[in-house]
Design a protein. Sequence first.
Length: 71
Amino acid sequence: MNLIVLLDEDFSGSADRVRLTGRRYQHLTEIQRVEMGSRLRVGRLNGSVGEGCVTELGLDFAELEVSFHHP
């Protein structure tokens, strides 16, 4: 299963919200074909692993609500 790597700059002012653009956005839409409500495995770089849920899809970005469960 894929793991979407999250960087500090992906977090949009909240510890549980991220916005992905560029190559990671393309991967989500073209390879994984995510839709609103899709659940994904996510991991913070050098940090915890958890789950993300797609809450918004724009023309060039995806927003996810994330929670971390495992170190």
